[in-house]
Design a protein around this ligand. Structure first.
Ligand SMILES: Cc1cc2nc3c(=O)[nH]c(=O)nc-3n(C[C@H](O)[C@H](O)[C@H](O)COP(=O)(O)OP(=O)(O)OC[C@H]3O[C@@H](n4cnc5c(N)ncnc54)[C@H](O)[C@@H]3O)c2cc1C
Length: 493
């Protein structure tokens, strides 16, 4: 039995002394841990006693019977897998990362200069050699332009950036390169490769694999296969049946058919005529006019013995001033790193964003929201980063993007899915997203600060302005690192 000495001492003399100990300190596999935890529902022994009796075979039998046979899928959440994924396209990485209940850290194009020819060539073009050549030429143009833009921007920055006192040459050059890289990544395509570290439980991973397998893109299907194969080394039984899901595979094609059947237009080559002008757009498409009553009802419900309807009726009678005073009292004293109470989750905001792909990739990493992106396209134009314009490199940027756009419309004829690889990080994408007031606090705090990338900072400030405009009272206690000029509340020190 594990020596949970501290806890046993702390609870001396008690019939059932408290014990707290890590299960992974027992040389157990992830699947054995999951079984030991699952068995506590029916067995009286301590976890480590149960674990001693759970061999690998027993664990496998248990999972086959209960998790897979009877569908007790939550047991699989106790088995954790760490998977390192290297050299996948950003497009495929987006699908891999499209799972809320997992953790990811990805190679950043903000801080690293990508190497030459670091892009994926889709199998979808294997039967079309001429097109494949054009695709590769377009990617090469984008990468060559990326290097030229970085050097051009560094040159410009060297003339315009004052040195920090006592800054050495090396540090100064590094700083300039970092700023240039941060802007010039915009010209890279979605085909650009990346590395990502994934930590997920076996249940989430199974879902992630099913999504990859059910994708229409060959790279994503292959990635699903590789993730399944490697995950099985850690959790052989729990990942055993991860496979394509017919329903998922059908879903996106079906939605496309429906959109066409009901006359919703898809993109046309003429749509890209507005290239180079696409500024980010933000619209607040829904907000909850009963939000104040709902938050206060939630706050008072917790400690009353009334039914929710009864609480709501009483709260309606309180009047707005009292309701706001209740909210203020509950949130007063919130620190810059504190989350507001869970009751803030009862109020939702729905936004529509037109974000460039670079900003979108940062935005979608926030897992406490629902987001529905349209496919990557060149049809909504692109944004030239300010530094590129200041350095007089707009035409270099525009020429590279035009080459990619010309190839885009040709590849689209062959594969409307694989064509997304050619969309650059500067191209705009529409996404509709819903998040609650509690996540607003987190998102706005993080993504409106000066540390946030400028491409996401601007739309997030606008989203915050729209939300604060309709319900200023809810944001009175939001602690920001940098307040905009229009902030309507007194700013506490
Ligand atoms: C300046 C900056 C640089 C960045 N650089 C990189 C980078 O180089 N590479 C990279 O991959 N990412 C990078 N990120 C992204 C960042 O690490 C987050 O993944 C992303 O911003 C999502 O925010 P979040 O994790 O706080 O949580 P959200 O997903 O918005 O969720 C809100 C909160 O819920 C909780 N939460 C959500 N999911 C989990 C979970 N699975 N486990 C535990 N708690 C959870 C946390 O408290 C979290 O803060 C960067 C972000 C910033 C602001």
């Amino acid at each position: 039995m594990t020596d949970a000495t501290n806890d046993i001492q702390a609870s001396q003399g008690q019939l059932y002394p408290r014990r707290v100990y890590p299960m992974d300190g027992h040389d157990l596999s992830e699947e054995q841990i999951a079984v030991a935890f699952a068995m506590t529902s029916r067995r009286p022994e301590a976890f480590d006693e149960i674990a001693e009796k759970v061999s690998h075979e027993k664990a496998a039998d248990f999972h086959e019977r209960w998790v897979l046979g009877y569908g007790h899928a939550s047991v699989a959440e106790h088995a954790i897998v760490h998977i390192a994924v290297e050299n996948v396209s950003r497009l495929a990485c987006d699908t891999l990362e499209d799972n809320r209940l997992a953790s990811y850290t990805e190679k950043s194009s903000r801080y690293q200069v990508m190497p030459e020819d670091y892009y994926h060539v889709p199998d979808e073009l294997a039967q079309h050699p001429a097109l494949k050549k054009e695709y590769e030429a377009a990617c090469q143009t984008l990468f060559q332009s990326y290097f030229k833009l970085i050097e051009g921007c560094i040159e410009h920055l060297r003339k315009t950036t004052p040195r920090i006192a006592s800054e050495r040459d090396g540090a100064f050059n590094m700083r300039l390169r970092r700023v240039a890289t941060d802007h010039c990544r915009a010209v890279l395509p979605a085909a650009t490769l990346t590395n990502v570290g994934v930590t997920a439980n076996a249940r989430t991973l199974e879902h992630a694999i099913a999504k990859l397998f059910s994708s229409g893109l060959a790279e994503e299907q292959d990635l699903g296969d590789a993730v399944r194969e490697q995950s099985r080394l850690i959790t052989p039984t729990l990942i055993k049946y991860a496979d394509k899901v017919d329903y998922l595979e059908r879903a996106s094609g079906l939605q496309l058919d429906l959109a066409q059947r009901f006359g919703f237009p898809s993109e046309e080559p003429s749509d890209s005529e507005n290239s180079g002008t696409g500024a980010p757009e933000v619209r607040l498409v829904h907000w909850d006019r009963k939000g104040e009553e709902k938050i206060v009802s939630a706050l008072l419900y917790r400690h009353s013995n009334l039914a929710y309807e009864q609480v709501l009726e009483r709260v309606k009678d309180l009047g707005s001033e009292s309701r706001q005073a209740i909210i203020d009292e509950c949130v007063a004293g919130i620190g810059p790193h504190d989350a507001p109470p869970r009751e803030f989750e009862v109020v939702d905001y729905q936004f529509e964003f037109m974000l460039d792909y670079g900003a979108y990739r940062e935005f979608k990493r926030h897992r406490m929201m629902s987001y529905l992106p349209q496919p990557l396209t060149v049809a909504h134009g692109y944004r030239i980063p300010s530094l590129v314009s200041e350095a007089g490199l707009e035409s270099e940027f525009g020429a590279a993007v035009s080459t990619a756009e010309a190839a885009y419309w040709k590849v689209r004829e062959v594969s409307p899915l694989a064509v997304q690889y050619l969309v650059t990080h500067a191209h705009n994408r529409r996404v509709v997203s819903k998040f609650n007031l509690r996540e607003c606090y987190h998102l706005f705090k993080m993504r409106t600060s000066e540390e946030a990338h400028f491409s996401i900072r601007e739309p997030m400030i606008e989203a915050m302005r729209l939300a604060v405009d309709v319900q200023p009272q809810f944001f009175r206690h939001l602690k920001l690192r940098n307040y905009p000029d229009w902030w309507p509340h007194p700013i506490e020190g």
